[in-house]
Design a protein around this ligand. Structure first.
Ligand code: NAP
Length: 475
């Protein structure tokens, strides 16, 4: 019987699947343990790390992205290794992980979008906002999509921060976008865009909007777009007013104040307009071969049993002529092969991050989950820190109690040999740093902060060329 893992001779081997914020914060917590020797391998299906910080955060929010400095420190700490361009379910299986690791942490996020379930949802010209976000952020999965930006009127459905990002990017002028690291092809396409009006449709009222106040205020600072909210739309209904007086929701109060200010100021005559509508739900996307209009119903709020204010339709409907629709009603998790999954919630079932197999039901020894695939697609980047710390804490509790996986080959050498056979084009963290430098240099050459690579083959090509010129030790 071997000794409990966690010593220099027998390190505790942990694999983290996914390299977004939640994965990095889990690694951070494990690295803080001084009484255990822990080796962390991070697998990422793309050649690039950082998950939604690279592929989701809006390009005009560079401050938010600077959090990657923290992740770089984690990735370059002793005992940590990054394996990019490695896909669980393709290059290796769940059983393979059980062979090489004492513990597995799933940090794969929520990789698809929620459906609305209304007629016309899949007409050409109606897209999930998540695809548009991936496209303008140079995500390889989405870079070849096309969006008809000859459209003059666009509807964005939803009142979360993703809807705000999409509306803002659509309403931004070329020089506002050129200052950002938006994908080069997206910059060109958006520069030629004929979009004039962006309707932002919230199913509840201003006090229930999911967006945060800095994002709302940004609408008022756009160079080429007015934000249009009528006083009638910005006013609260009696139930919301009463809830606002009784409650202590500072974000909602600030949002309502900002909306009332927008309503009072009125439009300044800029070429584009973001038109904010509240208490409306889409009931149908209308069109023969493609989107021509959206039918919305006016809602009213009622108090649900849990005390929240929910929308219900009235008999008033309206048809908005629009040529393009972005559905921004939330992300949804996707099942991993061999791992329990709650398809209704789109999460891996868990208790404080310990994976649960509902068919037993019992926790699955040595398997853990963090981030959106643990709790659902909510919260900001920072929300992941306590979330991942909680899970990593459970892992360490189980490690100390000897309740992890008993892998057949718990060494880095064994895993390296295996994974290089499975996927010869692994991208290391040093490789990523090279790609990063190349992106920065390509941007500097044309006066932009960065030009992102958007094709995996381009990234691998740059790395192959580099390795040919400067062969690595062991090559
Ligand atoms: P979200 O914040 O959950 O917002 C989803 C929105 O869709 C809500 O307004 C919701 O309304 C609405 N909705 C849901 N189902 C609907 C339906 N059937 N019909 C009409 N509307 C519907 O989701 P998200 O915008 O995708 O953002 C995901 C997370 O990422 C959030 O936590 C967000 O704050 C975060 N994020 C942050 C930033 C940032 O910090 N700058 C940027 C982007 C994303 P109800 O409220 O009525 O359900």
């Amino acid at each position: 019987m071997t000794s409990q893992p966690g010593t220099p001779g027998n390190p505790l081997r942990v694999v983290i699947v996914g390299s977004g914020p939640s994965g990095f914060y889990a690694a951070d917590f494990l690295q803080k343990q001084t009484d255990l020797t822990i080796e962390i391998d991070m697998l990422e299906r793309l050649p690039t790390p950082y998950g939604l910080v690279r592929g989701g955060v809006a390009p005009d929010h560079p401050k938010i992205k600077s959090v990657t400095k923290v992740y770089d420190k984690i990735a370059t700490s002793p005992g940590f290794r990054f394996y990019g361009n490695v896909t669980l379910g393709e290059d290796l299986t769940h059983d393979d992980l059980l062979r090489y690791y004492h513990a597995i942490i799933y940090a794969v996020g929520a990789q698809t979008d929620r459906q609305m379930g209304i007629p016309g949802e899949d007409l050409p010209g109606s897209h999930p906002a998540t695809e548009f976000v991936g496209w303008y952020n140079a995500h390889p999965d989405f870079r070849d999509l096309t969006f008809d930006l000859n459209a003059e009127r666009v509807a964005v459905i939803g009142n979360g921060n993703v809807a705000m990002d999409v509306a803002r990017i659509l309403a931004s002028m070329r020089d506002e976008l050129a200052k950002t690291d938006i994908a080069d092809y997206a910059l060109e396409a958006l520069s030629r865009s004929r979009v004039r009006e962006v309707y932002l449709l919230g199913r509840r009222g201003p006090a229930q909007a999911a967006f945060t106040n800095p994002e709302l205020k940004e609408f008022g600072e756009l160079e080429g777009a007015d934000v249009v909210v009528t006083a009638e739309e910005a006013e609260l209904d009696p139930l919301s007013s009463a809830a606002m007086v009784a409650g202590d929701d500072r974000m909602a109060e600030r949002n309502v104040q900002t909306l009332l200010r927008f309503a009072a100021e009125g439009p300044a005559g800029k070429p584009r307009r973001i038109i904010m509508r509240f208490l409306v739900s889409p009931v149908e996307i209308i069109g023969t071969d493609r989107v021509e209009a959206i039918k919305i119903v006016k809602n009213e709020l009622y108090q649900a049993d849990d005390g929240s204010l929910r929308p219900r339709p009235t008999d008033q409907t309206e048809i908005l002529p629009v040529d393009l629709v972005f559905r921004s009603i939330g992300y949804m998790g996707v099942a991993l092969p061999g791992v329990p999954f709650d398809a209704r919630k789109g999460v891996i079932p868990n208790a404080q991050g310990r994976v649960i197999d509902p068919s037993v039901p019992a926790t699955v020894p040595g398997e853990y989950v963090v981030g959106w695939i643990k709790r659902g697609p909510s919260g900001i980047i920072g929300t992941n820190k306590p979330d991942s710390y909680e899970t990593a804490g459970m892992l360490l509790e189980d490690a100390r109690a000897g309740k992890l996986i008993e892998p057949a080959e718990p060494t880095r050498e064994a895993f390296e040999a295996f994974i290089r056979r499975q996927q010869p084009e692994i991208v290391s963290f040093e490789d990523w740093e090279l790609l990063n430098q190349a992106e920065l240099a390509n941007g500097a050459a044309v006066g932009r902060p960065r030009i992102k690579f958007s094709r995996v083959e381009d990234m691998l090509g740059v790395l192959a060329q580099h390795h040919e010129q400067a062969p690595q030790a062991g090559d």
